[in-house]
Design a protein around this ligand. Structure first.
Ligand code: ACO
Length: 354
């Protein structure tokens, strides 16, 4: 038995392959760096969804339609967002999607995500939602809906690279949650809500906000060492480091680091110093654990540079990852069995009669 299922293979997939020792990620036959350099988010959806749904043929148009339909559902739900954190607001809006929509289910949930995240963030700022447009790509349209403005093409391209980079990643906790629910035949919307609930946790998709908090707290290069030492002495985990599968640097960190560098500005110099010092210290504090930079470290830098508020970092992760979740739900439905592992009972047994 392996608590945490590290050594368990629970599904066969054609969608992505994570090699934790080599530090490589393959998206349906394409190395991540090639996918990030050559595909936009819609093309990654087409790649992942091909063979599972006919809409893979024209994802750009179908996603634009799905964004419009999600926007039409928003009105009555908006007041219910008040007082909720953005990730909770997103969970509420997603739960409100109808299982029996006239849209393709993968397109429905993927198209809805940027509309809902933008609406949730605008509500947080006391602003009304902005309509989507079929004239823009998915990433650019999200920024337009968020800011009610024509997005800077460089920032939209940076966000698009991010969405591609996080689109799929093997049987991570949220994808596994989606596949478990899909295996009961509960349907796409319920599977995606389950995935979002798993993503929310700080050990999974909730880390980039705290990465930025850490950079804020460190503030300047001369404080890096002392701050990290004190955090590790307290037993804190350094957010943005360590991974269940990667025992070397996460390949997504490099793709995102390049994307931040292309945008210039931001806090990349301080971040690089923190990264190096953190890896050095983690190797001393946790010898043999191989704790390296994970995807969330440069995610925080990139999303901050794009101008996103840290409270929507995890919801924005979901805008990209939903492409993979939807593909896994379709794959599980097409090829999988009900997922039903066993537990080992270690509690008391009934007393034998004397
Ligand atoms: N900082 C300090 N210590 C760490 C860190 C870290 N970031 N990560 C792991 N460790 C330590 C643990 O305290 C533990 O030490 P111990 O054996 O002395 O008790 C040891 O390393 C192993 O930790 P586990 O929790 O067993 O390792 P696991 O594989 O379960 O952890 C995880 C993976 C959850 C990502 C972990 O590295 C972590 O908490 N990182 C910080 C949060 C983070 O960045 N999350 C985003 C992950 S990427 C993603 O999901 C998209």
């Amino acid at each position: 038995m392996s608590v945490g299922l590290d050594d368990t293979i629970a599904a066969e997939t054609v969608l992505s392959h994570v090699d934790g020792r080599a530090g490589s990620l393959v998206l349906r036959g394409l190395p991540l760096d090639v996918a990030a350099a050559t595909l936009d988010f819609e093309a990654v959806c087409a790649l992942l969804w091909d063979g599972f749904t006919p809409v893979a043929e024209n994802t750009r148009q179908t996603l634009a339609t799905a964004r419009r339909q999600a926007f039409a559902r928003l009105g009555p739900l908006l007041p219910a967002l008040d007082g909720l954190a953005p990730i909770e607001g997103l969970r509420l809006l997603l739960s409100g999607l109808a299982d029996e929509s006239d849209l393709d289910p993968a397109a429905q949930v993927t198209g809805a995500m940027p509309v809902f995240v933008a609406a949730v963030d605008r509500r947080r700022r006391g602003l009304v939602p902005v309509e989507p447009s079929a004239d823009r790509g998915h990433a650019a349209d999200f920024l337009a809906m968020l800011n009610d403005d024509q997005p800077d093409p460089a920032l939209a391209a940076g966000l698009d690279t991010y969405l591609v980079t996080v689109a799929d990643h093997g049987l991570n906790a949220s994808t596994f949650a989606a596949r478990v629910v899909a295996s009961t035949r509960a349907g796409m919307v319920s599977s995606i809500v389950a995935a979002l609930c798993a993503l929310k946790g700080p050990l999974h998709g909730g880390a980039p906000g705290p990465v930025l908090d850490m950079l804020d707290a460190i503030a300047s290069a001369d404080r890096v060492g002392d701050w990290l030492d004190a955090a590790l002495e307290r037993g804190d985990r350094l957010m943005g480091f360590g991974h269940r599968v990667y025992k070397v640097r996460d390949p997504r960190a490099d793709v995102l680091k390049s994307a931040v560098a292309r945008l210039k500005g931001g806090r990349i110099d301080l971040a690089q110093k923190v990264e190096q010092a953190a890896i050095d210290r983690l190797s001393r504090h946790k010898p043999g654990r191989h704790l390296e930079t994970n995807v969330e470290f440069y995610t925080a830098l990139l999303l901050d540079r794009i101008g996103l508020h840290r409270s929507v970092f995890t919801p924005v992760f979901a805008i990209g990852r939903v492409a993979g979740w939807a593909a896994h739900v379709m794959e599980q439905t097409a090829t999988g069995r009900l997922i039903r592992p066993q537990s080992r009972y270690i509690g008391p047994m009934p007393q034998q009669a004397a």
